[in-house]
Design a protein around this ligand. Structure first.
Ligand code: ADP
Length: 449
């Protein structure tokens, strides 16, 4: 097993990884930017190294500085968390070249799955149901028109290097395709440095269902019960739950089998998430695979009793998975709310000093956060300040628990998404489990202004 791991991240996920290291008797090294010198992940790690100024491009994404920090501290492995360098194949490659174990899949898997158009075609070849769409990248407006006609409107133009809901544009009819193509291409270039785009059928009111997988270095893989991540804003998740109220045992098995096909096709190792859209006829379609630990991994941990971060470390150390598919448990129901520093109506960022901070507690309540009273929420990093996760025997009980926890959670000094979450947990559609990725649009159009 590794003796020392460098955690190439910040915030709650850095703390989460540091805790896993501590429980495994592994020394942890935190990296931090000048803006984070007083952060808990720096205080709780065994060692820490400043890697640059607040701008993440110069610190948390600064590969030479992170590698130096790793070498100076004698770290044998790097855990990238999510975001920053987690899905950067070049980083995984240079770690390999420096003989530092990257805790994640191989650079080849990251390259394949990081190009969503390429991933689609490999999955089609391997018999995985994929959202109907273009064969590969769309190179010009004429090709976009032809592909859209063939698929049938509405269509969505997406960045091949996409992530975080960026670089996506909808076209409801032929007249809109040119504009959608140009804007998606521009946004893709600006956000990802690659203007490659592809086209998919746009589903109306689908659910976002994803399957967590673990695969060891020998290729043995297991899947976990699905997470439903349909409550989103601007194509980004806000609430996740497991199991999904829309998935029964038979569908769960089919999803799991499809996810394992994706793992095999991509020669995937370590933890990953296979994402699908589920339509109203209960048919599912692959959209992409995320090659890292997800923000919402804790939902699966609570609903299965498996510590996914420890599993990641064990797999990276070459240990075989210690359990079989038939030993993966389903333990009740788990729900997560992402508590973001943002205005709960418009979802615009809110920065400043947290002047009061009180966490909810009690059985079945978990809060993953690196925030505290006097923490400063800066504009440099993403707006997630806490993850509130509940676990109970049934969905109804989990909802009740979440309502109680949300009412106890106090954060003052900045605006947060807590009021939004309270509204969702009072919504009859949500309570009945009847919702889709358009939930928010419908909620706001139903709310008198
Ligand atoms: P990203 O990598 O940017 O997160 P995804 O491909 O995972 O992008 O999609 C994010 C979300 O966008 C999905 O959960 C869904 O809400 C919406 N979406 C993506 N593709 C489609 C589609 N073809 N039809 C309808 N909604 C879609």
């Amino acid at each position: 097993m590794f003796k020392k791991i460098l955690v190439a991240n910040r915030g709650e996920i850095a703390l989460r990884i540091i805790r896993a290291c501590r429980e495994m008797d592994i020394q942890s090294v935190a990296i931090y930017s000048e803006a984070d010198a007083g952060s808990p992940h720096v205080r709780f790690a065994d060692e820490s190294v400043c890697v640059g100024p607040p701008d993440p491009a110069l610190s948390y994404r600064n590969i030479p500085n992170i590698l130096s920090a790793s070498e100076i501290t004698g770290s044998e492995a790097i855990h990238p968390g999510y975001g920053f360098l987690a899905e950067n194949a070049h980083f995984a490659e240079v770690c390999e070249a420096a003989e530092i174990k990257f805790i994640g899949p191989s650079p080849d898997s990251i390259v394949l799955l990081g190009d969503k158009a390429k991933a689609r075609s490999v999955m089609i070849e391997n018999g995985v149901p994929v959202v109907p769409g273009s064969k590969g990248r769309i190179l010009g407006e004429k090709e976009a028109h032809e592909a859209a006609e063939q698929i049938g409107y509405p269509v969505i133009i997406k960045a091949v290097a996409g992530g975080g809901g960026r670089g996506m544009r909808l076209a409801w009819k032929a007249e809109e395709i040119e504009q959608a193509f140009q804007t998606a291409q521009m946004e893709a270039k600006a956000s990802f440095g690659d203007d490659g785009v592809y086209i998919e059928k746009y589903f109306i009111d689908p659910r976002h269902i994803e399957i967590q997988v673990l695969a060891d270095e020998k290729g043995k893989a297991v899947y976990f019960q699905e997470r439903d991540c349909s409550i989103q804003r601007r194509h980004q998740k806000l609430i996740e739950e497991s199991p999904s109220p829309a998935v029964d045992d038979a569908l769960r098995k089919e999803l799991g089998r499809a996810a394992l096909k994706v793992v095999e096709a991509a020669h995937y190792k370590n933890a990953g998430t296979v994402e699908f859209l589920l339509d109203k006829d209960q048919k599912f379609y692959f959209i992409e695979m995320n090659t890292r630990i997800q923000v919402e991994h804790a939902v699966t941990e609570m609903a299965t009793g498996i510590d996914l971060v420890k599993q990641q470390i064990q797999i990276a150390a070459g240990k075989p998975l210690a359990f079989k598919q038939s030993q993966v448990k389903s333990l009740g129901h788990s729900i997560e709310c992402r508590i973001n520093a943002e205005c709960p109506e418009k979802f615009t960022p809110s920065t400043g000093v947290i002047t009061a901070f009180h966490l909810p507690g009690g059985p079945g309540i978990r809060v993953d956060t690196a925030a505290d009273v006097q923490s400063v929420v800066t504009p440099y990093y993403d707006s997630l300040i806490a993850k509130l996760i509940v676990h109970a025997d049934s969905r109804d009980e989990a909802i009740k628990k979440m309502k109680g926890a949300l009412s106890e959670f106090v954060i003052e000094g900045i605006k947060t998404s807590i009021p939004f979450h309270r509204k969702v947990f009072d919504n009859p559609g949500f309570i009945k489990g009847r919702y889709s990725t358009s939930f928010l649009e419908r909620l706001s159009s139903a709310t008198p202004s």
